[in-house]
Design a protein around this ligand. Structure first.
Ligand SMILES: Nc1ncnc2c1ncn2[C@@H]1O[C@H](COP(=O)(O)OP(=O)(O)OP(=O)(O)O)[C@@H](O)[C@H]1O
Ligand SMILES: [Mg+2]
Length: 374
């Protein structure tokens, strides 16, 4: 059985309302750190609300298969949704006077839907909108991956074309909800005049709050429960990640020696251990990297959005940090830096846009690397 879910109906209602309103037309972008509940909120709460309001919801997680091109994943999600609706599309086609069209014909049409070839996403989505007479909401989870490949970036522009067409008075509307685990990366999709979703709203998802903590505390079946205050302190320290909190609670349930007076402090100590282990595990991985890769990653963590991999001042920083890691001279030039960046990307430690902007994949990693430098 999967773990129980704390529902956030009011938040979901608000996001759905905003999305479906006129103001949601340019797109709604939601950012929250890793493992803090984005996908859960979308799937458990937002999608049901949107569907209850009559929207056709198409969901795609660009992290579901990292070996696949994000552009393909988007096109596939749309094709799969069209397949589910082939009955409605067939009825609509026949109503439009195409009496000879068959379900096999519709299926063949659906297979042709893609990016840059066959049938465009805009055309396919327009037909879906007309056939179902419903607003289409496409939800792209981990949308920052769309701009890591050219096909993904083209998919975004194809969606923009669909949006502009479907939001015309002849159709029933299109909305895009995109999530991402890093605000800086996500903002690359909505800023800059050549971005497909310019002017979309981008907001930070509020973390799970006291109501969630009270609920989690209620679920806990150990003999002594930590106080809500202690749980709040723990949850904040854990970066609002339910998994770390639950792990600390699981550990607490096996501490049979604890008295009521000690329970909060023991619980917080258990949580600290969990966080320290996570950090240590990551730092071990960093220490096992070739020196230049560890250096580039550290400099990226320190410089953040200003990271400019080949600039003289960045190279000075590499030299300084690399010198503290290794006694022997390490060759630092454009090609060795490029190689290190590519290796870090292949190890999924670093994210790279198709235009060559780099960032640390997991913002928690950046925090740990900076702590380590102090
Ligand atoms: N509302 C909730 N109630 C109970 N557990 C939750 C809730 N939200 C998140 N969690 C738990 O936290 C973990 C992370 O949740 P989720 O996958 O939704 O986060 P995410 O932000 O989408 O993560 P990722 O960055 O990996 O995509 C999961 O184990 C999930 O069960
Ligand atoms: Mg997710």
């Amino acid at each position: 059985m999967s773990a129980a879910i704390f529902h956030r109906p009011i938040l979901a209602q608000n996001i759905a309302k905003r999305t479906l309103s006129q103001k949601g037309q340019s797109g709604v972008f939601i950012s929250a750190p890793r493992r803090t509940g984005k996908s859960t909120l979308i799937n458990e709460d937002i999608i049901p609300v949107l569907q209850a309001q009559g929207a056709e919801v198409i969901y795609v997680d660009l992290w579901s298969d990292r070996s696949r091109d994000p552009g393909d994943l988007i096109a596939q999600a749309i094709r799969e949704h069209l397949q589910k609706r082939e009955g409605a599309i067939l009825r609509w086609a026949r109503l439009g006077g195409l009496s000879k069209v068959s379900i096999a014909g519709i299926q063949l049409e659906i297979e042709k839907v893609g990016i840059g070839s066959g049938k465009t996403l805009a055309k396919a989505l327009t037909e879906l909108s007309d056939a179902t007479r419903a607003m289409i909401v496409l939800i792209v989870d981990e949308a920052q991956h769309a701009i890591t490949t050219d096909a993904g970036a083209s998919a975004l522009f194809a969606l923009k074309a669909a949006r502009d067409q479907l939001n015309g008075s002849a159709h029933h509307g299109f909305r895009l909800i995109a999530t991402g685990s890093n605000r800086d990366k996500l903002s690359l999709l909505v800023q800059g005049k050549d971005q497909a979703f310019l002017n979309a709203v981008l907001f930070d998802l509020e973390p799970l709050g006291d109501d969630y903590l009270a609920w989690e505390r209620e679920q806990y079946d150990g003999s002594l429960k930590p106080s809500l205050d202690a749980m709040r302190t723990a949850f904040t320290a854990a970066g609002h990640k339910p998994e770390s909190l639950r792990k600390a609670l699981d550990d607490l349930a096996f501490r049979f020696d604890v008295t009521a007076v000690q329970v909060d402090s023991v619980f917080l100590a258990l949580l600290d251990n969990i966080l320290a282990d996570a950090k240590q595990g990551f730092m071990r991985q960093v220490n096992a990297l070739p020196p230049l890769q560890a250096t580039v990653l550290t400099v990226m963590a320190i410089t953040g959005v200003d990271f400019a991999p080949f600039r003289p001042h960045t190279i000075e920083m590499y030299k300084e940090i690399c010198g503290t890691l290794k006694q022997a001279e390490v060759n630092i030039d454009d090609s060795s830096i490029q190689y290190a960046l590519e290796a870090l990307r292949a190890k999924a430690l670093v994210w790279k846009s198709a235009r060559g902007v780099y960032a640390i994949e997991d913002s928690q990693h950046a925090i740990w690397l900076r702590e380590n430098k102090r």
